[in-house]
Design a binder for this molecule. Structure first.
Ligand code: LMR
Length: 397
């Protein structure tokens, strides 16, 4: 039977990651996949995670099945992280969170549940968005519509066109938003824009679906949650997929959660039960290890404050690399302006060079950048910045 299969397209981000690993050059630079690297180019296990792991070794008494919704303590601690203590939604009875296999697993469970609730709903995604959003969410059977998000010319959010399009989204459709650290552009919604979209969602009756994979890597843990906290306070329904891959560095542990806010408390029980059936059909139960670590960290005052300090270091390092890169390539032969990199947030920005420049950077200089020109700022460090900026300036000559 397999003879009927055609070769599948390589994932644009993970394919690049594999090509980078195979490149034998010592001076190669990985600005591709969204994985944090420290100033020595390593992706270390966070200290707080290491300590939680030792603790877990002692505490863990069983590897028996955990259940479809995952660890209850993890779920409630994730809610506290996302919404902060004392948010009105937490005591409303209208909210349910389930542990999920990473942000991607969370997105898919959310999409499948929405599809069950409203089979005719269309899903609106901003242009551009994380490339895997389309197959991952489209795979649940959604028809996908687009709204303009980023203007390549001005290198900022095209607010006017975006709002104009959102004002036409039919009631009952679903609008995908990035919670913070927009992937791939780094151009985040301002608080005022979040307020405006919340008002439009209320007026039009569409349901926002927030993908929040970088809480704490943009302006800070609290600041990065502004959008979801505002929407949760004002909207009758909301879906949020969150990930611990980046802010806890738990990439391979597949740790995330899916949150549903419903109009009534009664509906929230039904939605959670439906989400569990979806999960059971897709992967049965989420993996335990990462979630147990996150739960231990968030539940221990000292570990939690150490984790927050480490995360803050990560955030500030990325910010400083933004400034360093933008300043060191500003004097390029083509007079290209790279100052947007300094104004943007999180791991990514578009470099905005031409496709032929990317090919030369990869082939001649061993610098790996996704074809959209998205660069991962965390791949820059004090040892490679000169080589990187000189190489970029060389291809721009
Ligand atoms: C990325 O955007 O590079 C990351 O989220 C990794 C992935 O799965 O694509």
């Amino acid at each position: 039977m397999f003879e009927s299969l055609k070769p599948a397209a390589v994932d644009p981000i993970l394919g690049l990651m594999a090509a980078f690993r195979e490149d034998p050059r010592d001076n190669k630079i990985d600005l591709g996949v969204g994985v944090y690297q420290d100033d020595r180019g390593r992706t270390p296990v966070m200290e707080a995670v290491k300590r939680a792991e030792s603790k877990l070794m002692e505490l863990e008494k069983t590897k028996s099945y955990q259940g479809i919704a995952g660890d209850a303590e993890y779920n409630s601690r994730m809610l506290a992280l996302m919404f902060g203590d004392g948010h009105s939604i937490l005591s409303s009875g209208r909210i349910k969170t389930l542990q999920a296999p990473g942000g991607s697993g969370a997105l898919r469970v959310g999409a499948e549940v929405i599809k069950r609730a409203r089979p005719e709903a269309k899903l609106w995604v901003g242009v551009p968005t994380w490339p895997n959003h389309i197959p991952l969410l489209g795979g649940a059977g959604f028809e996908i519509e687009e709204y303009p998000y980023y203007d390549m010319e001005s290198r900022q959010i095209n607010s006017e066109l975006m709002m104009e399009t959102l004002r036409k989204v039919p009631a009952g459709d679903v609008v995908l938003l990035h919670g913070c650290c927009h992937n791939p552009t780094g151009a985040d919604l301002t608080n005022a824009q979040w307020d405006e979209i919340t008002e439009i969602a209320l007026e039009r009756g569409f349901i926002p679906f927030i993908d929040t994979a970088y809480q704490g890597l943009g302006d800070g843990l609290e600041e990065d949650a502004y959008g979801m906290r505002t929407m949760a306070a004002k909207l009758p329904e909301l879906v949020i997929a969150s990930s611990c891959s980046k802010n806890f560095g738990l990439y391979r542990e597949r740790t995330g959660s899916i949150t549903f806010i419903t109009q009534t408390a009664e509906q929230s029980g039904i939605v959670a039960a439906q989400a569990m059936t979806v999960a059971r059909q897709l992967y049965s139960m989420p993996p335990a290890h990462g979630a147990l670590l996150v739960s231990l960290i968030l539940g221990d005052k000292e570990l939690c404050s150490d984790w927050k300090a480490e995360l803050e270091e990560v955030r500030l390092r990325i910010k400083s690399m933004r400034i360093l890169l933008a300043d060191s390539i500003q004097d390029n032969a083509q007079g290209m302006d790279f100052s947007h990199i300094k104004r943007q947030n999180g791991m990514f920005s578009f470099l905005g060079v031409k496709p032929e420049h990317l090919v030369r950077l990869r082939e001649e200089f061993g610098i790996y950048i996704v074809s959209s020109t998205r660069i991962n700022l965390a791949g820059i460090n004090s040892s490679n910045i000169n080589y990187l900026s000189e190489s970029i300036k060389e291809v721009l000559k």
